[in-house]
Every structure is written in structure tokens, then in C-alpha cells.
Design a protein around this ligand. Structure first.
Ligand SMILES: NC(=O)c1ccc[n+]([C@@H]2O[C@H](COP(=O)([O-])OP(=O)(O)OC[C@H]3O[C@@H](n4cnc5c(N)ncnc54)[C@H](O)[C@@H]3O)[C@@H](O)[C@H]2O)c1
Length: 363
């Protein structure tokens, strides 16, 4: 199999939680990829995951894999602090890359990976999977069609129990100071999603945090207010250590409101008929029940958004589609995260985000 025959030989770096739960199931079910190799430093995990997914070639490090396996693409599923060196080595080895979010630990790292990919004429995509969630896709379309009028105010929330209470391994690298805790974990997703759905240009931020885990020097909970171009304001709330996962955006416009999370999308507007409103809520309750049943029955074992992300990655590499996730946007997300980080370090001071620069792959 080869690119010429339309099937891409793929290797996965880091066989931890995100690879096991999402990328490996999507890759082995894909007709466009052939899973050839995996690299993992932890010997027990390496063997366990190799058997679980029947991975033909297995290596103890990404360097060994890049040197020995015949690959077209790598999926980088390693801790954030190691994204940069793993991605740069892959690009230098002539491989296309799908890199987990937030694609490095700074705008500088992200920018230099993007530059190298561009010079090498290779594809580099950040794995911002929430861009493929159906409700968020529909909300983006509604906003683009002007259904809620001009955006005025946005409220985004992303909470989960923490990294990752129910997952094995426990991903302790999230507590490394360089990763800045919940900000780079959930904050990167929420900022990327908000920018993608609304196209707003954030100009300044002011943020506060809590450090709720003992012996850990990273923020576990953050509240951030922001101001954007075109008279838009908003807030983002992020938290670890809460009882359940919740990722939601409320988008308030001059002609209506969209309430959207991973399972439901509700459109409210002035003068909405009370029956229509009840039906809207009822439909989403039904959709929620159906999706809960599916999950319980195992029918949705492969995450639909990772299936779509995998398909889009293959199509982009094969020159058949535009990327849904953009490595240029990943740089912008880092710039906003860095401004939030500066505001946190300055106890809530208002910090300007540097003006947006040209982004060649924006459609
Ligand atoms: N998109 C999402 O929803 C989502 C969810 C979770 C994690 N992530 C991202 O995925 C990445 C990995 O997170 P995770 O939760 O899977 O972490 P994890 O700790 O579970 O897995 C990382 C794996 O990489 C291995 N590793 C470390 N150094 C290595 C090396 N030099 N060579 C090969 N393997 C090495 C570790 O042993 C571990 O098994 C992070 O960037 C994280 O932000 C994304």
C-alpha cells in the first residue's frame, strides 16, 4: 500500500489514553489509513496496546520508529511538552503529521512547526476534534447564515473531573508547570472552538484562577473575561475537579441565542412560540437519550468526531480536501492562551492579545 494507491501508512507516537480511546480505534476502522507502527516508551503499555490493536511494528521510541518503519504519516499523541521535538523530527524525516492539541506549548513552538511543515511541503494538522462534533458544526453554519444576527456576547464553559480521573494512565504530565494546567488542557479546546465557530478576533483578556490540588503548581480552575473586535465581549470558564464533563457555548446575538454542547443545539429567539420552544427542548432531550443508549450499547464505540478527523486528515494529505483544523489557528489559540497566562500571572490585569496575522490556509 502507498500514497499512490490511496492508502496511507501511519504510525502513532505515544500509546497512552488519547491514542487508545480515540485515534487507534478510528485509524484501524479507516479505509484510507493502514496502521503500520506504534512507538511507546512504557514497556507494559507498549505490549498491551500492540496486542489490543494488532499493531504490526512496535518501537520503544519515536526516533526508532521514524528510522525503521516505512511511513507516510504520524499521529503525535504524546504529552504537550514533547510535541515540538516529536513533530520536528517527523517533518525532518519527510512525514506528514497530525499532532494532538494544543500543538506545542507556545505560539513560538507552534509557529516554527508550521513554518517547517510549509517549507517541507508537508501537511501538519492539529487534532482539535471538537471542530467535527455535529452540534458545533451546525451552530457554526447557523452563525454564518446570520440566524442569531450580530454576535454581542459569548459564554463558554469547559469542565471535567481532571486529568484523567477515570483514565489509565493518569497523565500526570498535566501537572507540569510548563503545561499551565487546565488552561492548556481544556482552555486550548474551548478557545479553538470559539474562534472556529464565530470567527471573532479576541483583543484583550483578564483572568483569575484557583489552585485546588495540593502539591500541584498549576491552575485547576480559571475564569477569563475577554473583549473582541466589533463590540463583542465574553467569558470563558475552565475547571478540573468537577463532578462531570461539560463543554458548552452560549452565543447571544441581536436576533437570537444559540445554546450548544456536544449533544444538543438549542436556538431561541424573540417571540418564539412556547410550543415550538418546548419541542426544541424536547427534541434535544430525545437526542440526548438516544445518544446515551447508543453509548451504553457500545454502538458508538468509535468516536464519530475522530472518525471524521481521521478522514479529513487523509483527504488533506491526498490533496482531496481543505483542512477542517488549521495549524495557523493553533498558533492564534496559543497567542490567546499566552495572554490569559500573563493576566493570571499579573493577578487579573487586562492584557492585550497581539493583533491577528495573515493566515494562509484560512478559507
Ligand atoms: N483531543 C482530546 O480530546 C484529547 C484528550 C486527551 C488528551 N489529548 C492530548 O493528547 C496528548 C496525549 O495525552 P494523553 O492523555 O494520551 O497522555 P498519556 O500520558 O496518557 O499518553 C502519552 C503517552 O506517551 C508516552 N510517551 C512519553 N514519551 C514518549 C516517547 N519519547 N516516545 C514514545 N512514547 C512516549 C507515554 O508513556 C504515554 O503512554 C496530549 O497532547 C493531550 O493534550 C487530547
Amino acid at each position: 500500500m502507498s500514497i499512490a494507491e490511496g492508502r496511507l501508512r501511519v504510525g502513532v507516537v505515544g500509546l497512552g489514553a488519547v491514542a487508545r480511546e480515540f485515534h487507534l480505534p478510528a485509524l484501524i476502522s479507516s479505509k484510507q489509513f493502514e496502521l503500520v507502527a506504534g512507538a511507546e516508551i512504557n514497556a507494559d503499555r507498549r505490549e498491551r496496546i500492540r496486542k489490543m490493536f494488532n499493531i504490526p511494528e512496535i518501537y520503544a521510541s519515536y526516533q526508532e520508529m521514524y528510522q525503521n518503519a516505512r511511513l507516510d504519516v504520524v499521529f503525535v499523541c504524546i504529552s504537550n511538552q514533547l510535541h515540538y521535538r516529536t513533530v520536528v523530527a517527523a517533518l525532518k524525516a519527510g512525514l506528514h503529521v497530525v499532532c494532538e492539541k494544543p500543538m506545542g506549548t507556545s505560539a513560538l513552538e507552534a509557529r516554527s512547526m508550521v513554518d517547517l511543515a510549509q517549507q517541507s511541503e508537508l501537511v501538519l494538522l492539529p487534532a482539535y476534534n471538537l471542530r467535527f462534533v455535529e452540534t458545533f458544526v451546525q451552530a457554526k453554519e447557523k452563525i454564518a447564515h446570520g440566524i442569531i444576527g450580530d454576535l454581542v456576547q459569548i459564554q463558554g464553559t469547559f469542565f471535567n473531573p481532571g486529568p484523567y480521573i477515570t483514565w489509565d494512565p493518569k497523565s500526570d504530565w498535566h501537572f507540569d508547570k510548563q503545561g499551565y494546567g487546565v488552561l492548556y488542557d481544556l482552555g486550548s479546546h474551548l478557545v479553538d472552538l470559539m474562534l472556529y465557530m464565530t470567527g471573532i478576533e479576541v483583543e484583550s483578556v483578564s483572568a483569575f484562577s484557583l489552585f485546588r490540588y495540593s502539591d500541584v503548581e498549576v491552575p485547576t480552575n480559571i475564569s477569563c473575561a475577554f473583549r473582541a473586535k466589533n463590540k463583542i465581549i465574553g467569558s470563558l470558564s475552565l475547571g478540573w475537579g468537577t463532578g462531570a464533563l461539560r463543554c458548552e457555548l452560549q452565543l447571544h446575538g441581536t436576533a437570537g441565542v444559540l445554546l450548544v454542547d456536544q449533544h444538543q443545539l438549542t436556538h431561541l429567539y424573540r417571540g418564539i412560540d412556547p410550543i415550538e420552544r418546548s419541542i426544541a427542548y424536547g427534541c434535544h432531550a430525545f437526542a440526548e437519550i438516544r445518544s446515551a443508549f447508543k453509548r451504553k450499547l457500545g454502538a458508538g464505540a468509535i468516536s464519530p468526531e475522530h472518525k471524521k478527523l481521521t478522514r479529513n486528515a487523509a483527504d488533506v494529505i491526498l490533496g482531496r480536501a481543505f483542512p477542517v483544523t488549521s495549524s495557523y489557528d493553533a498558533i492564534r489559540t496559543h497567542e490567546i492562551l499566552e495572554s490569559i497566562r500573563t493576566s493570571l500571572d499579573q493577578n487579573g490585569n487586562v492584557v492585550s492579545v497581539k493583533p491577528e496575522t495573515t493566515q494562509p490556509d484560512k478559507k
